[in-house]
Design a protein around this ligand. Structure first.
Ligand SMILES: [Zn+2]
Length: 413
């Protein structure tokens, strides 16, 4: 039999955008679903709160609530230390999946409720998604691209199959529909740590890339393109990429085109900027000065994109050398803040925009931070410090409340 008392009454600080301040707020939660939200007004108690027996009360009014974070670019199969070592280790499935389970836990502890995996040739990201779906492990919702395509002989071999020609491309795209809704294509190499501005040549011509992306879109796939370098990025945008991953050395005209077309940029500062603080991780021959100059250039481009109104989302490239799973989202947030984007807007990118990129209905439809609406499952992150005024770290999290399993994106099978 159902009682009239809610299961839980929760008090926490919630940012009210219209008032531009945090306000103590009371959530009434029933069966995990919000049935009421209101300012705490002790002089007018809700009769339900007076009822006996009283429901469970949880006072977290010293905490600040935000929606769960979204990391739009991770590699669950990589170890953040050594690419070669990680790839060699994939042969041992049991050891690899134990590591992946730990990484998934690190995301939850960092307040991250969804990640998008950028692929690996061993299908580990897909297996991680299944583990979370089957509730074999607690983790964030995983959107996995599975395997990334590249042009045979070019960068991307450890991420997935190489294409010898466009017919092979069509075959691989048709296969991809079976296991993912997010397809990744590599369109350049990695940013050089030795020579400023070098990323290797564009892999696909505009015609080839347009053909691949159009076919992918016809199949209902969302296309993320790994690319840096002015020409390669421009081709990806003109060809209709949904998101540009990395995008180092992007041209000003391309930024304007992205703003016009609504293309999302996931600029991943962490894989370079983090190394400035951890030079011991650099490989021989890498120049700290080159990395510093590349990061500074990238921040200027990001600031320009923000000013131009281009869509930006937060992705860390976690698993890359020096980019730890989970915690690195706070480093990426600080890198974006230091590029000149207001902290509140960076948080919006890391929550609302991230959900949109992953194709998940935003729970907080009414706006950022102030709209946990009745009828939706309660979810969010409780911080011990004001996230709009402080640089945060994992240590500042009191608790993460994951969205219900039914909210997890793109279930397989
Ligand atoms: Zn990546």
């Amino acid at each position: 039999m159902r009682t009239t008392e809610p299961d839980l009454i929760l008090r926490v600080q919630v940012f009210r955008e219209t008032e531009d301040e945090w306000r103590p707020t009371e959530f009434i939660i029933d069966g995990g679903v919000i049935t009421g939200v209101r300012d705490i007004a002790p002089e007018t108690p809700d009769p339900r709160l007076m009822a006996q027996p009283s429901p469970a009360r949880m006072d977290m009014s010293d905490c600040y609530l935000t929606p769960g974070l979204v990391d739009c670019h991770v590699h669950l199969a990589l170890n953040a230390v050594d690419l070669r070592e990680a790839v060699d280790g994939w042969q041992d499935e049991a050891v690899t999946m134990t590591s992946v389970a730990k990484r998934l836990g690190a995301y939850v502890r960092a307040g991250i409720v969804f990640v998008r995996d950028g692929g690996d040739a061993a299908g580990i990201g897909l297996r991680a998604r299944r583990m979370v779906e089957e509730e074999a492990i607690i983790g964030p919702g995983v959107v996995a691209c599975g395997y990334a395509l590249h042009k045979k002989g070019c960068y991307g071999e450890f991420l997935g199959p190489g294409l010898g020609n466009l017919d092979e491309g069509v075959a691989k795209l048709d296969e991809a529909v079976e296991y993912t809704q997010h397809l990744k294509i590599c369109q350049s190499g990695l940013v050089s740590f030795e020579r400023f501005g070098e990323v290797g040549p564009a892999q696909f011509t505009l015609d080839e890339m347009t053909f691949l992306i159009e076919h992918a879109h016809e199949k209902g796939l969302f296309v993320m393109v790994h690319t840096s370098g002015p020409e390669a990025v421009d081709i990806a945008v003109r060809a209709g990429a949904d998101t540009i991953e990395h995008g180092y050395f992007i041209a000003t005209e391309t930024i304007e085109l992205m703003a016009e077309r609504g293309t999302v940029w996931v600029p991943t500062l962490a894989p370079l900027a983090n190394l400035l603080a951890r030079p011991e991780l650099l490989h021989p021959g890498a120049g700290l000065d080159v990395i510093k100059r590349t990061v500074d250039d990238h921040k200027l481009k990001i600031a320009r994109a923000y000013d131009t109104g281009a869509r930006l989302a937060v992705g860390t490239d976690a698993g890359a050398v020096g980019v730890e799973h989970g915690e690195s989202i706070y480093e990426e947030i600080e890198h974006l803040v230091s590029a000149g984007i207001p902290r509140c807007e960076v948080l919006r990118m890391a929550t609302e925009e991230g959900r949109r990129v992953l194709g998940i209905e935003p729970v907080n439809a009414g706006g950022f931070l102030n709209s946990w609406q009745p009828g939706h499952a309660f979810q969010g992150v409780f911080y011990k410090k004001d996230p709009l005024r402080n640089a945060l770290s994992v240590a500042d999290i009191e608790a993460t409340c994951l969205p219900p399993a039914t909210d997890l994106p793109l279930r397989s099978g």
